[in-house]
Design a protein around this ligand. Structure first.
Ligand code: APR
Ligand code: ZN
Length: 367
């Protein structure tokens, strides 16, 4: 079967809409017809050459669709099922999977990071060449073959744009605040970076009734969205000492929880430096390969600070996607405000322009 995909041949070239062919799903795989895909900064890292990858590559890892074919051995999904895609497929056997930490799976996720399916290959071809599938998803395309564990059944009738965002930004951000480092009621929170991931972190934090949520960004538009997501205070980072501003807003103490949702050394250090004694800083953003941070271990022990990382919001997609969509349908997570640009696949490069300029919370491609 042939279909349209946005193919990336490497940094410095735009994504090109091309016809690819897709093979039928093999053992434990499913063929998905995409209904929507978000454009995430983790795609942009590859576009900018900040993360290495092999090419040609179909980017996109924040997708939703419908199952159109199931491979042998697939027992949990049927043709016609609506799914949100997960970029942490899991082997369901390793010690991480069996202990409820599938985002650390040492088998399937390791191959997803190589942009291949669990068997080490992909089903996509351009003429005779293999085309890689970003994070075992490759959602900037009309169709994708993904592992069964990477397609999570969701209720019928969910807006595909929302379902797609649950596949990455929402689960990453909400999960950081409810799973990785659960925000305590009455505590103080700072979220540095209010893109799709940071806004979701704010929403996840807001669910747990903290005393205040301070959002930090460089864009007034994002800070406005942050207030709508639940931030009680905002700090414009340009020409401001962010750490001082956060301390000023917390009576000089600093915050109990600081989340970094950008992926820069400087802002990770700001999150850590903003902590009150006993506080926890969570690295949610992902840095360009090789970036290092510097912290003072004397301060860390003296003030009992915690610095931790969050991958995919420490989520278990098979239960967390439904949990998050349930909270949304009950009006407790204002996810709709994240979808501020809807485009067609052919306009994919404009999404990266908007991301570079920081003008959109999330661009969503609709198929
Ligand atoms: N200080 C404050 N805010 C900043 C700064 C800064 N120095 N630099 C960038 N920002 C803001 C941008 O204005 C933007 O609103 O950070 C936000 C980043 O948002 P997006 O580009 O939409 O990124 P997002 O998709 O949310 O991902 C954030 O999480 O999963 C990772 O790989 C992803 O590293 C990325 C991070
Ligand atoms: Zn993502």
């Amino acid at each position: 079967m042939h279909f349209k995909a946005a193919v990336f041949d490497g940094p410095g070239t735009p994504l090109a809409i091309e016809e690819l062919s897709v093979e039928s799903p093999r053992f434990g795989e499913v063929l998905v017809r995409m209904t929507a895909s978000g454009v995430c900064h983790s795609d942009y890292h590859v576009v900018l050459g900040e993360w290495g990858a092999k090419f040609p590559l179909v980017l996109g890892h924040e997708g939703a669709g419908v199952i159109v074919e199931t491979g042998p051995g697939v027992s949990g999904l049927q043709i016609g099922d609506a799914v949100a895609l997960s970029w942490t497929p899991s082997c369901r056997r390793c010690r991480y999977c069996v202990s409820g930490r599938p985002q650390l799976c040492s088998n399937a996720v390791a191959n997803a990071y190589r942009n291949v399916l669990p068997d080490g290959t992909t089903r996509l071809r351009r003429n005779d060449d293999q085309v890689y599938s970003y994070l075992s998803v490759g959602s900037f395309a009309e169709y994708a073959v993904v592992p069964e564990s990477g397609a999570v059944r969701i209720a019928d009738g969910v807006d595909p744009a929302i379902a797609a965002l649950v596949g990455c930004a929402v689960t990453t951000g909400v999960g950081a605040a409810i799973n990785t480092a659960p925000v305590a009621p009455g505590s103080t929170v700072a979220v540095i970076g209010a893109g799709g991931v940071g806004l979701s972190t704010i929403m996840g934090a807001a669910l747990q009734a903290p005393e205040r949520i301070i959002a930090v960004d460089l864009s007034d538009e994002k800070l406005d969205l942050a207030r709508r997501a639940g931030a009680t205070h905002t700090v414009h980072a340009r020409d401001t000492d962010v750490v001082e501003a956060i301390k000023d807003l917390t009576g000089g103490d600093g915050v109990d929880h600081a989340f970094e949702a950008i992926g820069r050394a400087e802002t990770i250090e700001q999150a850590y430096a903003s902590l009150a004694p006993g506080g926890t800083a969570v690295v949610v953003g992902q840095v360009p390969t090789g970036v290092k941070i510097s912290i003072d271990p004397m301060v860390m022990s003296g003030r009992e600070l915690t610095l931790t990382g969050s991958n995919y919001g420490s989520s278990r997609p098979s239960i967390d996607f439904a949990r998050i969509l349930g909270l949304h349908s009950r009006g407790l997570l204002p996810l709709d405000l994240l979808v501020d640009r809807r485009i067609q696949l052919q306009d994919i490069n404009t999404a990266f322009d908007a991301m570079g300029q920081g003008t959109a919370a999330r661009t969503v491609i609709e198929f």
